[in-house]
Ligand binder design. Structure first.
Ligand SMILES: Nc1ncnc2c1ncn2[C@@H]1O[C@H](COP(=O)(O)OP(=O)(O)O)[C@@H](O)[C@H]1O
Ligand SMILES: [Mg+2]
Length: 270
């Protein structure tokens, strides 16, 4: 028989599937900010945050919701080179695919965009934009100067490198929206809602405030880390459920299991 912990575990597999989207205070605030920024005559908007703070899922949601009324495109992975980027861009503009071996003439593309001014307003979301170099960003800026194309640029913030401080981003970005790690309140809501979506009421109830605090402490409120942590916790529960059911309580998650998961994930040293 399938352990109910298996379903719980699977609820925390990293996904940017919009069916799994959960409305949280922070994501709602960021979403509203993005929507507001788009309505202004800005050419470039920056969405900024550490990996795992929910940027990609938020951008997907924006595309889906605004896509009903606006022309909005999401480029998920950065093009490996300029040529590939301009091919994608050309397709967005003209709905035509260029033959593989053709080079896109950049100034012709800029002119094409200028001619679209007042006729079309295209929003392009560039996820993982920390991968784009200075030259590429300059070209993107030139395209946005046409005012027919707006860019939402999403960037990772890392410990060792402050990408936003890089000159090529500094001078070209007009508005910054930052996503942060979740507060305890948001993370608690996230975990509960994920489980309730799968009808796992009992399991959701077995995770008390003190457990949530501990999980928040280990994961620092990062959604990706939280997914890993919850997956591992339920993996351990699943093991006991199948092999040593007398050792777990269904009413209350044990602190020990959280610590075992933290150990496995390297949050605590042996
Ligand atoms: N509002 C949300 N609703 C549902 N899942 C979320 C939400 N925010 C983050 N997540 C989860 O956290 C993971 C990391 O989010 P993601 O958008 O990939 O972060 P980033 O792009 O900033 O690295 C996602 O795979 C998803 O499972
Ligand atoms: Mg992402």
């Amino acid at each position: 028989m399938k352990s109910r912990y298996e379903t719980a575990k699977e609820a925390f597999i990293d996904s940017i599937d919009l069916d799994d989207y959960i409305e949280l205070d922070s994501s709602l605030a960021a979403y509203r900010q993005l929507e507001h920024s788009i309505s202004k005559p800005l050419k470039m908007i920056l969405l900024f945050g550490r990996p795992g703070t929910g940027k990609s899922i938020l951008l997907n949601r924006l595309q889906k919701k605004l896509g009903e009324t606006r022309e909005i495109h999401y480029l998920d992975t950065p093009a490996i080179n300029e040529k590939e980027f301009f091919h994608k861009f050309f397709k967005v503009l003209t709905h035509k695919t260029l033959p593989q071996n053709t080079e896109v003439n950049f100034s012709a593309l800029v002119n094409y965009c200028r001619n679209l001014r007042g006729k079309r307003e295209i929003i392009i979301i560039l996820d993982e934009a920390q991968m784009y170099g200075a030259e590429m960003m300059e070209k993107i800026r030139l395209l946005s100067d046409s005012r027919a194309v707006k860019f939402i640029v999403s960037l990772h913030k890392t410990d060792d490198e402050d990408v936003i401080a890089k000159e090529h981003f500094q001078s070209r970005i007009w508005e910054v929206i930052e996503l942060r790690n979740a507060t305890l309140k948001d993370q608690t809501a996230y975990i509960h809602k994920k489980l309730l979506k799968k009808n796992l009421f009992e399991i959701a109830n077995s995770i008390k405030d003190k457990h949530m605090k501990l999980i928040h402490k280990f994961t620092k409120g990062n959604y990706r880390e939280c997914n890993k942590m919850m997956f591992t916790i339920f993996e351990i529960c699943e093991y006991y459920d199948k092999n040593e059911p007398t050792k777990i309580s269904y009413d209350q998650l044990s602190k020990k299991i959280i610590e075992m998961a933290a150990l496995k994930l390297g949050y605590i040293d042996v």
